[in-house]
Design a protein around this ligand. Structure first.
Ligand code: CTP
Ligand code: CA
Length: 222
């Protein structure tokens, strides 16, 4: 079964992005990259040809450095992913990409002034959505969703909007999701059938996600 992944070209995005205001300040989020790296390591162990586009992370990992493409901003992450879109077999969009970036990135440090300041933001490109638009029949994509309310409806809407084959839903609760070593997920497929999992280590969660990917190629008969 696992050999189904052998020679598959897989792109994974992981970690946060940083959206710079000036040379020393940025807007970011709490993503540690642990989940994305765990998935990349699991897929790599099964013999897949895995490329990891990673935002800035400080975790320790065993994934081969030469297959990591480092990106800081959402724009850099998109630029790093784009060359893979045409030839990849599977994309796993695990990164917590910033939705907005400051309209102006000052090349000198912003100085403190007497008054308040306002920062204008512009929308970032949505990497998963862009891939979903041009995805070929044989290409699969897996997305993530983190919702605080209307979890199921919002997650299903994201699956459709971004043309994912699977979407993994996780929550920002304690011990789940951002920064923690454990996660509690649901996986929803294109038929909107849902599988819930217990709280587990991110390595075990990665195995569950890899199994769900394998099942897409070889659906279990009911
Ligand atoms: N994603 C992406 N590029 C972006 C934003 C999101 O590739 N610029 C991907 C994420 O990696 C994830 C999925 O899209 O797989 C859903 O991300 P999420 O932030 O939950 O959804 P959004 O569409 O950004 O909506 P919102 O943040 O408003 O819930
Ligand atoms: Ca978002």
């Amino acid at each position: 079964m696992k050999s189904l992944l052998q020679n598959k070209k897989i792109l994974i995005t992981a970690g946060p992005t940083r959206e710079y205001l000036d040379p020393v300040r940025f807007i970011s989020n709490e993503s540690s990259g642990k989940m994305g790296y765990a998935i990349a390591e699991a897929l790599h162990q099964f013999g897949a040809d895995v490329y990891l586009v990673s935002g800035p992370v400080t975790i320790s990992y065993s994934f081969p450095e030469e297959k990591i493409i480092h990106a800081k901003s959402a724009k850099q992450m998109y630029d790093a992913c784009l060359p893979f879109f045409d030839t990849l077999d599977i994309a796993v969009f695990c990164a917590a990409v910033a939705d907005y970036t400051p309209k102006t990135n000052y090349n000198q440090k912003i100085k403190k002034i007497e008054n308040e300041i306002a920062i204008e933001f512009v929308k970032n490109i949505d990497i998963a959505f862009e891939f979903g638009k041009i995805k070929k029949q044989h290409q699969k994509s897996v997305g993530f969703a983190l919702e605080t309310n209307n979890v199921l409806d919002n997650t299903k809407a994201k699956l459709k909007k971004k043309n994912f084959d699977l979407i993994v839903s996780n929550s920002p609760n304690k011990d789940e999701g951002f920064g923690y070593d454990t996660n509690k997920i649901c996986i929803i497929d294109q038929k909107l059938s849902l599988k819930s999992f217990q709280l587990k280590s991110k390595q075990e969660v990665a195995q569950d996600i890899v199994n769900a990917i394998i099942e897409m190629y070889n659906p279990v008969e009911i």
